[in-house]
Design a protein around this ligand. Structure first.
Ligand code: FAD
Length: 465
């Protein structure tokens, strides 16, 4: 049955961190909003099958490794055992609490939430296919696109394989396989690999380039790699997967090294984590004048406007970095722009955190990027072995690094490896947004004994008497 519904002032397509944040903000600013997503509740990838469930599993990993490692300081536990079903239920419960909370907020704010997908009929009308089978047209004054991204799969791999899985399959936690090969040494592969290793899988990682976390500061990666080498069965760099075959209860994998030499190995499961691509194909963009770039991201201006000035795009579909907090920040800009405010997306620093053990985090310019781009910098590096708090935690393997402009002393970037790095990096973000110089960090009193004192100590290194 086809039924025409009322026109909406603002339609938001996709209810992930970008979409729900944009809808909430737009309502606050006085617009009437329709939000469209196939899921029962808002949350998108981040809450349903990304950030939140992965951090729940990584918490399990943390408990296991702390129990194992506490022996070194004289505290002995019996060997931890994992009740997979209970862990899965707990993780699902966390997700339901959060997404249910968002669902309630949508109702409270009187946002019209339609379960289904949307496609442009033209630049002022959408075709909606709702999950109850109804199709409708929806006319809108303005639109915000926030349809996110999905995993890239290797070609010729059946999507319904039980043994060759993507991040969503890994987070479903069907079981803890005896052996797991993670294809891709990016943050998603390393986080999920760490979780499975702690739960008892023998995890191997294969990465095509010459290092884990391509693009990340090498000092941070080396801190992480030292520890991962103890947790993982193997880390194969400069190696690619040339063939995958599911057979007799396992997966036969053919690997090829840089010299072209091939080896064959068997794993119970294979996790493909080779990157993500924006969901821009099935939106009917061809019925508008919206422009995509070579990687299929939607091209936007500083206000998140697409080539159609009344249509905005935010979050993973609007380009790198594909992170939830970037989506939130862009959501706010787009909603404000939609009511005519002069907001622009112009962050000094978007933080990035890898929630492995140790965590690694950075914001602003990285030392590796500065060297590549020949930007003049001064760096200060503080290893954590001299930090009181790190030693009382039984962890001295961390590192804090500050990067400043040698002429102005202004903070250009911060990088941290160690437990809690993801929390510590927020100081760097605020400092950069406030245009801090290293003296500002040095003059700010940091609590003792904490890991944050390593930031103070690093700033101290720039002091010129
Ligand atoms: P999404 O969250 O992708 O949401 C898009 C929504 O749009 C989805 O619900 C989708 O169903 C819906 N949709 C798609 N097409 C249509 C359509 N045609 N009509 C209607 N609805 C549609 N980021 C972090 O910052 N920190 C982390 O720790 C982190 N961990 C992650 C771990 C994993 C395993 C993964 C996969 C990702 C992780 N991310 C993390 C990335 C983060 O999930 C994304 O950056 C974030 O979800 C992007 O938000 P978004 O609003 O752009 O889109």
């Amino acid at each position: 049955a086809e039924k025409k519904i009322d026109r909406t002032q603002l339609v938001v397509i996709g209810a992930g961190p970008g979409g729900y944040a944009a809808a909430f903000k737009a309502v606050e600013l006085g617009l009437s909003v329709t939000l469209i997503d196939p899921e029962i509740n808002p949350g998108g990838v981040c809450l349903h099958r990304g950030c939140i469930p992965s951090k729940a599993l990584l918490h399990v990993a943390k408990l296991v490794s702390e129990a194992e490692e506490s022996e070194a300081i004289g505290v002995r536990f019996v060997k931890p055992t994992i009740d997979v079903a209970q862990v899965r239920d707990w993780k699902n419960g966390v997700v339901e609490t959060l997404t249910g909370g968002l669902g309630n907020k949508v109702k409270k704010l009187k946002i019209t939430y339609l379960r289904g997908t949307a496609q442009f009929k033209d630049s002022h009308t959408l075709n909606l296919s709702l999950v109850d089978g109804v199709t409708r047209e929806l006319a809108f004054d303005q639109a915000i696109l926030a349809t996110g991204s999905r995993p890239i799969m290797l070609p010729n791999i059946a999507a319904d394989s039980q043994r060759i899985i993507d991040s969503t399959g890994a987070l479903d936690l069907v079981d803890v396989p005896e052996s797991l090969l993670v294809i891709g040494g990016g943050y998603i592969g390393l986080e999920l690999g760490s979780a499975y290793a702690a739960m008892g899988s023998k995890v191997s990682v294969v990465e095509m380039t010459n290092g884990l976390l391509p693009g990340c500061d090498r000092d941070l990666v080396s801190v992480l790699k030292r520890r991962l080498e103890k947790k993982f069965a193997s880390i194969l760099l400069n190696t690619k997967v040339v063939d995958l075959k599911e057979q007799k209860g396992s997966v036969q994998v053919t690997l090829e090294d840089k010299q072209g030499e091939q080896t064959s190995k068997r794993f119970k499961k294979v996790l493909i984590a080779i990157g993500r691509k924006p969901n821009t194909e099935s939106l009917g963009l061809e019925n508008t004048t919206i422009v995509k770039d070579k990687k299929n991201f939607i091209v936007v201006d500083g206000q998140q406007r697409t080539a159609e000035p009344h249509i905005f795009a935010i979050g993973d579909i609007a380009g790198e970095p594909m992170l939830a907090h970037k989506a939130y920040a862009e959501a706010s800009v787009a909603a404000e722009a939609a009511v005519g405010r002069k907001a622009v997306f112009d962050p000094r620093a978007i933080p990035a955190v890898v929630f492995t053990d140790p965590e690694i985090a950075w914001c602003g310019l990285t030392e590796s990027a500065a060297r590549e781009q020949k930007i003049k910098i001064k760096t200060a590096k503080i290893p954590w072995r001299g930090n009181g708090r790190a030693l009382t935690l039984g962890r001295d393997d961390g590192m804090t690094k500050l990067i400043v402009d040698p002429e102005t002393d202004r903070l250009l970037g911060m990088a941290v490896a160690g437990p809690g790095a993801g929390e510590l990096i927020a100081e760097g973000v605020v400092a950069m947004e406030m245009a801090a110089v290293s003296e500002d960090l040095r003059q700010s009193i940091h609590p003792h004994p904490t890991l944050s004192e390593t930031v103070f100590d690093a700033a101290q290194m720039f002091f010129k008497p």
